[in-house]
Structures are given as structure tokens and as C-alpha cells.
Design a binder for this molecule. Structure first.
Ligand code: GLN
Length: 303
């Protein structure tokens, strides 16, 4: 498959969308990002890399970080996680509180904010040095030691993070989180603030293609656990747009409000795309379009 040519053709086709949507501005530090940027990178399980345009520019991975957090928590706690978080798609916005109240503090799934805040709480309890251990794990996955938190973004999100604070308070009220609310929120915002490029993200997701045994910085996952993580990415990775993404793209994946999306073609490749302008569901307009065209051109999807 000539992925280099396919990526070039895709870009020509998505150019009409380049001014659609706008970057996340509810996190003040992200409002400053130049919205007119685009990068993409596909990495195959055999190590071929197809970088395109700004594939080496780092951006805020935001909710993509939830995949790394889930991997760590599954490695540490296994099936026990599911006592505190569900595995059903929510059909609501990533930061919605509606179901959390009705369902008495058990988040629908680990990829909505409420679920990821529970993952964060578990990491704070289980890890001796959460800040270091989390970033060491991410660095091991992508093979780059300079990947790091962006404290300006994390602090900026904390200052305006009223909804996430409400979610954390609701979780605490129901006893779903154990640690101090402020500590949980700050570590959650730090994990979201990690900056990576498309090239680094594609590489970091290769282990989730399930091609070989998963063992990174001391954490193991079985192939069955990875298969199930992919199932959750497929059903919950795009919040209230998960069905649409599944319909258009047909791959498991995860988006973030920094404009990044990573998708996985199990046993074959991982592909990351980034463009900061988002649609009303908080997902990258050009990112979704690019992946739709990729799986249409290649006929490579899980369906
Ligand atoms: N840090 C963001 C938040 O909690 C992550 C949301 C996202 O990327 N969808 O609101």
C-alpha cells in the first residue's frame, strides 16, 4: 500500500475543511495555539513510518492521555477497575455531569472525563511517584525521553476547570474517588497536558495494535486486555461522536481537545493526525475527515 501517496491525496481532499471549526478555548492556554496546523503520521507494526506535514510538531494530547492511564490502571488492577467505572458508551459530552448524578457516581466509561478522573484517583493510590511513573511509561511507549507535561497548560486548565471540579466533587460525594479532590484534579490536568507529536503518538500506540507482548517500564498487559482496550476505544473513544466515528472510519481510536486523534488498525498500524480546529463534539474536523478518507482509500478497517 502506497501510504505516502495516500496521505498526500487525502490532504488535497480535506483542504476545503481547513477553516472549519475552532480550537478549544475553554482551556486558556490552548486558545493561543495557531489553529491552522496539520500533521499526520502512520507507523506500521513492521516499523515503516509515513510522516506527513507537521508530523514532528508537539501538541497537547489532552484526552488521548486517557488511553495511557487506562493501560496503567488495567495493568495494576485488572478487572477490579470495573467495580468503579463502567464500559458503556455515554452518548453525552466528554465533560457531562448528567449521567453521573443519575447513576450515583459510577462513570459510564473510562474515556469520559468522570471515568478518567477515577483512573487518576487509582493511579494516585497505586503509584509511589505518580508524576514520574506516568511520564516514564509514556516515554517508554513512544521511545522519546523529552516528552513531558506542559505545566502552563495544566495550571491554566485548573484555573478554569469548573466542570471537572464539579465532576470530581460528585465522585467524591459518592465515594468513587479516595484521594483529595485537588490532588486528583491537578494530576488529571497534568496527564492531559502532555505534549507529543503525531510521529510520537503513532509509535506510542503500536503496542496497542496487539502485535507483540506488552511490557513497558515494568507494566504488563495481556493480549486479551489490549483487545478489550480497543473495544472501549471503538465504543467510547469519541464520546457522543463514537457512533459517527465508527461509521465513517471503522477503527478504534481516541481523540483529544488539542486536536489530535490516534486510530489503530489491529495487528497492522497506528495512525495519528492533528489539526486544532474542533467540531461541536470536541473532535478535530480535519482529523476525522482525514481518517475517513484513509480507511476509504485503503479499504482497511475492522469491518
Ligand atoms: N483536559 C480536557 C478536559 O478535561 C480533556 C478533554 C478532551 O480532550 N476531550 O476537559
Amino acid at each position: 500500500m502506497d501510504y505516502k501517496k495516500i496521505l498526500e491525496d487525502i490532504y488535497l481532499e480535506i483542504r476545503p475543511y481547513e477553516k472549519m471549526g475552532k480550537q478549544a478555548d475553554y482551556i486558556p492556554a490552548l486558545a493561543k495555539v495557531n489553529p491552522d496546523q496539520f500533521g499526520m503520521c502512520l507507523e506500521s507494526v513492521s516499523g515503516e513510518v509515513y510522516p506527513f506535514m507537521q508530523s514532528d510538531t508537539r501538541f497537547s494530547i489532552q484526552s488521548i492521555t486517557k488511553v495511557f492511564a487506562l493501560a496503567l490502571v488495567l495493568s495494576l488492577k485488572g478487572e477490579d477497575l470495573w467495580k468503579r467505572v463502567g464500559k458503556e458508551p455515554s452518548g453525552t459530552a466528554f465533560n457531562s455531569l448528567v449521567q453521573l448524578e443519575v447513576e450515583r457516581g459510577i462513570p459510564r466509561n473510562p474515556f469520559i472525563n468522570a471515568g478518567a478522573i477515577v483512573l487518576t484517583d487509582i493511579l494516585l493510590t497505586e503509584l509511589k511517584d505518580p508524576d514520574n511513573e506516568f511520564i516514564t511509561f509514556v516515554r517508554a511507549l513512544c521511545g522519546s525521553d523529552s516528552v513531558n507535561y506542559n505545566m502552563e497548560v495544566a495550571v491554566s486548565e485548573r484555573e478554569k476547570g469548573y466542570l471537572n471540579a464539579a465532576i470530581a466533587n460528585m465522585l467524591k460525594y459518592h465515594g468513587t474517588i479516595e484521594n483529595d479532590i485537588e490532588d486528583v484534579l491537578m494530576f488529571y490536568f497534568k496527564m492531559c497536558s502532555v505534549e507529543m507529536s503525531c510521529r510520537e503518538l503513532a509509535k506510542a500506540f503500536i503496542p496497542f495494535t496487539n502485535i507483540s507482548p506488552f511490557y513497558y517500564s515494568g507494566y504488563k498487559l495481556t493480549s486479551s486486555q489490549i483487545k478489550r482496550m480497543n473495544a472501549i476505544m471503538q465504543t467510547c473513544g469519541f464520546y457522543d461522536e463514537a457512533g459517527e466515528f465508527s461509521y465513517l472510519v471503522g477503527l478504534p481510536g481516541k481523540s483529544g481537545v488539542g486536536g489530535g486523534i490516534v486510530a489503530i488498525y489491529p495487528m497492522r498500524y497506528a495512525v495519528a493526525v492533528w489539526s486544532p480546529r474542533l467540531n461541536s463534539r470536541g473532535n478535530s474536523v480535519m482529523g476525522i475527515k482525514a481518517l475517513e478518507l484513509l480507511t476509504t482509500a485503503t479499504q482497511e478497517s475492522i469491518f
